[in-house]
Design a protein around this ligand. Structure first.
Ligand code: SF4
Length: 478
């Protein structure tokens, strides 16, 4: 091991959640498919997870669920999975960006009300959740969680009292809630998928034999051998019932605002989001970096995992050889359970090793997806230099973070963003790097084949939806 230098890394960004739903119209059991689907979406949330299932041919409104803190393979085992009988179900993996990290806040939420039972899985953050929660509280609602997803569930349940079917209730609730949401709702006889009109978070439809699948990313469809059918459009509501799939696009708008950072960092590179390969997006980001910030170097290395593909793009464009500079220890999921800043700064998050044989005596281009507070990047640059790198040229496959995100990620407030108060030259010095270059915000659309319907608010400050007056993220329970 003397050719390896070790250091502990923190300061990673997190996606809030991943969602998965399946309805087997032929009556087959679905719990194990949800388990494997969630497993494929584990990168979107590692704090807690859950599955709720029902039998559409059994007594109406009987839902069996199992939820807990931890990774999918920590919460579920053959015993508890075998108790989850049913042919319709929904699953969720969570990282908390609003509401505490606790077992009460795990999803899917299961709600019993006069019309039966609803189970709901939500990815995103509402920007008007406190107002809506107040409104509901004053009319007698009692909340059992501190997450904004419960506000959505309540609204759907209330609307259902005055609407002919559950999809109309979802639509009416969507006209009240604001912000980012990709939803999967299970009613006794239907599975519903809905995406907010801006489409911040992804949601795709798949099919396997007689079963329809809804999932955050296509990699989860692959995991259960379902074929990709199409993306749920921003603003669309899809209803899967005994007669197949129906669509309501009346809430769709002209210009969506998909999260561009899904392509840069959050999503898995083997996924396709809204018709674009995440892998190709990252290759393109690396190529753009090589064009805009070229440098003389001997090797290009990516910071695992999301920096690796962009590093290959940089190598392809520049002709500088690509090398594996780091080994990432993947067995650290439990340490992500406590997301608070105080814990984040003191606890070990990721263990990363530099392969000294790869970088020793070399001029290294180091590609990473972003710099948040700068602590991680500074450590990695130091690790490379300790391992013998002669020069370290840092290239970042996103523009500088200048603003927080209110749409389902934990990009933090301005005072915690190193680029908000420092110039690129100052940041370069703070990192101890020999040069630093970021992706140009003007070229972000090239990552998604020239489409302009994306959100880049954390870089540009152009919020597609008015941000909440107070930063409610993490304080929603107060
Ligand atoms: S603000 Fe940034 S992280 Fe948040 S949705 Fe927009 S692009 Fe994505």
């Amino acid at each position: 091991m003397d050719n390896v230098v070790s250091e502990f890394i923190s300061d990673e960004l997190h996606e809030e959640c991943g969602v998965f739903g399946i309805y087997d119209l032929a009556g087959g059991e679905v719990a194990s498919s949800i388990y494997y689907g969630l497993f494929a979406l584990q990168h979107r949330g590692q704090e807690s997870c859950g599955i709720a299932v029902s039998d559409t041919n059994g007594p109406k409104g009987v839902v069996k669920s199992c939820k807990g803190m931890g990774l999918v393979n920590e919460v579920f085992n053959p015993d508890n999975l075998s108790n989850l009988h049913g042919n319709i179900g929904v699953g969720h993996v969570r990282y908390s960006t609003a509401g505490a990290s606790s077992v009460e806040n795990t999803q899917p939420l299961v709600l019993n009300y006069v019309k039966g039972t609803l189970a709901l899985a939500h990815n995103g953050n509402l920007t008007n959740a406190p107002e809506l929660k107040n409104e509901l509280s004053y009319t007698g609602a009692i909340f059992q969680t501190t997450i904004d997803s419960e506000v959505i569930a309540y609204h759907i349940a209330r609307e259902r009292l005055n609407t002919p079917n559950v999809e109309s209730a979802v639509k009416n609730a969507m006209m009240k809630i604001k912000g980012a949401y990709s939803l999967i709702v299970m009613s006794p006889r239907k599975l519903i998928g809905a995406r907010d009109p801006f489409g911040f978070r992804p949601l795709v439809i798949g099919k396997r034999d007689n079963a329809y699948v809804l999932a955050s990313e296509t990699c989860a469809l692959d995991a259960v051998s379902a074929e990709f059918v199409r993306d749920v459009q921003p603003g669309e509501i899809v209803t899967i019932g005994a007669d197949g799939i129906e669509s309501d696009t009346s809430l769709c708008i002209q210009k969506p605002a998909r999260c561009i950072f899904e392509y840069i960092y959050f999503a898995r590179p083997d996924s396709y989001l809204d018709g674009v390969s995440v892998y190709n997006s990252r290759i393109m980001a690396g190529k753009i970096l090589a064009q805009m910030h070229p440098c003389e170097a001997d090797i290009v290395v990516g910071v695992p995992d999301s920096g690796n593909v962009a590093a290959m793009g940089f190598s392809l464009e520049s002709g500088i050889p690509y090398g594996m500079g780091f080994i990432k220890n993947s067995y650290v999921g439990r340490t992500f359970i406590k997301p608070k800043q105080s814990v984040r700064e003191s606890s070990v998050k990721i263990k990363l090793n530099v392969l000294k044989e790869v970088v020793n005596g070399k001029r290294v281009v180091m590609i990473d997806d972003s710099i948040v507070r700068g602590t991680t990047s500074e450590r990695i640059v130091r690790m490379l230099k300790t391992a013998g790198a002669k020069e370290v040229h840092v290239r970042i496959s996103s523009p500088p973070f200048l603003n927080p995100c209110y749409f389902g990620t934990d990009v933090p407030s301005c005072d915690q963003l190193i680029a908000h108060n420092n110039t690129v030259e100052e940041i370069c010095k703070m990192l101890g790097a020999d040069s630093l270059g970021y992706l140009d915000g003007e070229r972000l659309s090239e990552l998604i084949a020239g489409d302009s319907g994306y959100c880049d608010a954390c870089f540009s400050g152009r919020y597609p939806v008015d941000p909440p007056q107070d930063d409610i993220r993490g304080d929603y329970d107060k």
